[in-house]
Design a binder for this molecule. Structure first.
Ligand code: FAD
Length: 398
């Protein structure tokens, strides 16, 4: 019999528990699309988890397959190669990826962070050059903000693009860059001005991976998300044409701020889906595991714990779905997104910690999805701005 709580070559889904209220976000078109996404993650991604974790990144060919399946850049207009769909479709892709516990492919960053920057701020030439290739998986996108000496305090970055008339000369380095190892195109956050005001001196610059002087480190050895390629990037006198600036020079910080609400909601969406998926697995486990002559799920302490978990999941679900509706309506506030990112990522850690407990010693074994989820999901509290920074943002408006 297949042990569906253990990692196997084939994805075996536990029964879905659902939350305490029905979801009202999706229409039949989203559910149709979900079937495509589900099939893709179960068949093209899940069986490779071990091999990709060992090499520290997914195979390049997966990106082309995802492009062929229509899973990349879904919210990009059709004229630039996307599906022209709303962000609820993008949410379906994120949820299905989280369902199989595949933290490897950095699809959401590529499709939902990098591509929208180009769509919103790029010139027509930049959009035509990069977006169709990003939608097909021919090129992979990354964004480099964080540096070895600074992350939260983005205004203190040191990477500098020196103005040389018709081109810039870029020097500096970035760290912890998702998709960095496989990336063909990186949006580099760099200083272009010298006013001393970080916010006014910052620009976003498109740098192609084959540029002379641009090198990448090996995938970093991380505690979790081991199949996701996360690297250091080095820029040593990289000559970048002036036309590669994204939007207006010196407006980089403003552009970053405008996109952050959705980026943070995306983290909440992924954390929520992952917490729900792991709850399903753990619930299934305790129903099938016996102790003292009965299923572990029959003990009152366990039943009460699960009741608490399902309630927490339902609270998170309601908050995330309301934020998603606001995002689609164009009314999501930075504060609500920060709150969703902070609370749901913390809730996800609490729930998955309990899921590990429910598995006893097996929960500590790498071949059990809950063990991987325990460390993979820890990252949600760090990137996209740490949860301390989320509290700063929310409290400023109080
Ligand atoms: C798996 C992974 C993927 C990532 N992907 C990317 C990527 O694709 N692109 C990218 O640019 N970056 C990426 N990052 C980097 C991530 O965004 C940063 O690590 C994060 O923003 C924190 O920055 P830092 O590491 O420099 O920590 P620091 O800023 O040095 O923070 C250290 C500690 O101080 C706290 N702190 C800092 N300032 C304050 C304050 N004002 N008030 C209270 N506490 C504070 C922080 O909360 C934290 O606990 C990734 C990180 C990880 C782990």
């Amino acid at each position: 019999m297949t042990d569906r709580t253990k990692m196997t070559a084939k994805f075996v889904a536990p029964p879905e528990t659902g939350t305490l209220l029905p979801r009202t976000v999706f229409g039949p078109e989203h559910e149709d699309y979900r079937r495509t996404a589900r099939k893709f993650f179960e068949h093209e991604v899940f069986p490779h988890w071990e091999e990709w974790e060992a090499q520290g990144h997914v195979d390049r060919g997966l990106w082309n397959k995802a492009g062929d399946a229509g899973l990349l850049c879904v919210a990009i207009p059709e004229e630039f190669g996307g599906l022209g769909a709303d962000r609820i479709f993008a949410t379906v892709v994120m949820e299905e990826q989280a369902r199989v516990g595949a933290s490897g492919p950095g699809f959401s960053l590529h499709s939902e962070i990098v591509a929208p920057y180009i769509l919103h701020y790029g010139t027509d030439a930049q959009k035509r050059e990069y977006l169709p290739k990003m939608a097909s998986g021919e090129i992979i996108g990354a964004i480099g903000m964080t540096e070895p000496s600074t992350g939260s305090d983005l205004q203190s970055i040191r990477t500098r693009a020196e103005d040389k008339g018709d081109h810039y000369v870029l020097n500096g380095s970035k760290i912890f860059i998702t998709n960095g190892y496989l990336a063909d195109l990186v949006i580099v956050v760099a200083k272009t001005g010298a006013s001393g005001k970080g916010s006014a001196d910052t620009s976003l610059i498109l740098v192609e991976a084959n540029s002379l002087g641009f090198t990448k480190g090996k995938p970093l050895k991380k505690m979790g998300m081991r199949a996701q390629d996360t690297t250091e990037l080095f820029f040593n006198d990289v000559r970048v044409p002036k036309e590669n600036v994204l939007g207006t020079e010196g407006m980089g910080f403003m552009m970053l701020m405008q996109q952050l609400a959705w980026e943070r909601l995306m983290i909440a969406i992924q954390a929520q889906a992952s917490a729900e998926a792991n709850f399903d697995i753990a619930r299934d486990y305790v129903k099938n595991r016996n102790a003292f002559g009965r299923p572990v799920a029959a003990f009152q302490t366990m039943r009460h714990r699960m009741a608490e978990m399902q309630t927490e999941l339902s609270v998170g679900r309601a908050f995330v779905d309301e934020c998603l509706k606001a995002e689609v309506a164009g009314t999501l506030t930075p504060m609500a997104a920060a709150g969703a990112k902070m609370w749901v990522s913390e809730m996800c850690s609490r729930v998955i910690d309990q899921c590990v407990n429910m598995h006893g010693g097996y929960g500590f074994m790498w071949e059990y999805p809950v063990a991987r989820a325990f460390v993979d999901n820890r990252a949600h509290r760090i990137y996209g701005g740490t949860n301390d920074i989320m509290k700063e943002l929310i409290s400023r408006a109080l």
